[in-house]
Ligand binder design. Structure first.
Ligand code: 5GP
Length: 192
């Protein structure tokens, strides 16, 4: 029988590479599932609804809040983002390790509700490096880019609340470090 899975939160400023790292982890390993968030942000060209996010309207989002169907939610750069509660609780009770890739405001809400959540913060060693990566991402408009840079500065202040910090200057090295942390903290399966 499966034991209770562990909940992980991965946060980090825009440009930290957190989404790519977690996608590689869940594609390689059956031990972890990633929760797909709902958002009111418009879909980018390279995104598919149901894959990176469930893209929904503001009305639909507000209905989810009213019906208490979100584990947490937050506003980020003018849009709303939230974690569907049912997916997370079901997977955890089935013994799956669940990863939420969410912002620092959401992380602070979740740790009040699920006490043994493990928090991982992904960043680069300098702000300049983040800045360059955010600027390189052509998918965002100039206005969006500047908003994300401003938010990145304030997000770095939350590092102190996290259990572990992974520096992503070298992608493969960061991936290896992240794997090690996740493997050492994941829920242990119990067998009858
Ligand atoms: P992006 O627009 O770049 O995909 O995401 C913007 C920010 O929102 C990122 O920091 C991302 O981790 C965060 N985010 C994505 N989904 C959620 C969510 O469900 N809840 C919260 N609080 N933040 C989220």
């Amino acid at each position: 029988m499966a034991g209770r899975g562990k909940l992980f939160i991965v946060s980090g400023p825009s440009g930290s590479g957190k989404s790519s790292l977690i996608n590689d982890i869940v594609n390689e390993s059956d031990d972890f599932v990633r929760s797909i968030s709902v958002t009111t942000r418009p879909k980018r060209k390279d995104e598919t609804s149901g894959r990176q996010y469930h893209f929904i309207s503001k009305d639909e989002f507000e209905e989810l809040i009213e019906k208490d169907m979100l584990l947490e939610w937050a506003a980020y750069a003018g849009y709303l983002y939230g974690t569907p509660k049912k997916f997370v609780t079901e997977k955890l009770s089935k013994g799956k390790n669940v990863i939420l890739v969410i912002d620092v405001q959401g992380a602070m809400q979740v740790i009040k509700k699920i006490k043994d959540t493990y928090l991982i913060f992904i960043t680069t060693s300098s702000f300049k490096e983040l800045e360059e990566r955010i600027k390189k991402r052509r998918a965002d408009s100039l206005e969006e880019m500047n908003k994300r840079l401003e938010i990145a500065k304030s997000e770095l202040n939350y590092k102190k609340y996290y259990d572990c910090i992974i520096v992503n200057n070298n992608y493969n090295e960061a991936l290896l470090n992240l794997k090690k942390v996740l493997d050492s903290k994941k829920g242990r399966k119990r067998h009858k």
